[in-house]
Design a protein around this ligand. Structure first.
Ligand code: FAD
Length: 102
C-alpha cells in the first residue's frame, strides 16, 4: 500500500497542526515556509472553542498551561480612563489554568 503524502505550505499554527493529524493517520508530510527565518518574538494567542478542543485532543494542555501569560483581557480606554470596550479572558482553559496556579 502506498503511503499518502502531503506538501503543506506554512509553518504557523495551521500547517504543523495539519501535519500532526495527517501523520497520526499514516500520512507522510513535508512542511515548507516562505519566511526567511523563525520569528522568535512570541505572540499571545486566544485559545477557545474548536482551538481548545484541538489542543486537548493533541495532548498539549500541559505545555499550553505552562506558557500561560496571565493576561486578563483587553480594554480600550479613553484618555480619562473610561472604558470604551472590554474583551475579558473568559476561556475555560484559562480558568482551569488559573485554578491550577493557585
Ligand atoms: C493583527 C492580527 C492580530 C491577531 N491577533 C490574534 C490574537 O490575539 N489571538 C488569536 O488567536 N489570533 C489572532 N490573530 C489571528 C491569527 O493570527 C490567525 O488566525 C492565525 O495566525 C492563522 O494561522 P494560519 O496558520 O492559518 O496562518 P498564518 O498565521 O497566516 O500563517 C501562514 C504561514 O504560511 C506561510 N506561507 C504563506 N504562503 C506560503 C507559501 N506559498 N509557501 C510557503 N509558506 C507560505 C506564511 O509565511 C506563514 O508563516 C490575529 C491576526 C492578525 C492579523
Amino acid at each position: 500500500m502506498v503511503t499518502p503524502s502531503a506538501l503543506i505550505a506554512g509553518t504557523s499554527i495551521a500547517g504543523p497542526a495539519l501535519a500532526y493529524w495527517l501523520e497520526r493517520y499514516g500520512w507522510r508530510t513535508t512542511i515548507v515556509e516562505r519566511a526567511p527565518a523563525l520569528r522568535t518574538g512570541g505572540q499571545n494567542v486566544d485559545l477557545k472553542g474548536a482551538g481548545l478542543q484541538v489542543i486537548e485532543r493533541m495532548g498539549l494542555e500541559d505545555q499550553v498551561r505552562a506558557a500561560y501569560t496571565g493576561e486578563l483581557g483587553l480594554e480600550f480606554v479613553q484618555a480619562r480612563g473610561q472604558a470604551l470596550a472590554r474583551f475579558p479572558v473568559g476561556d475555560p482553559m484559562v480558568e482551569r489554568a488559573r485554578r491550577a496556579a493557585r
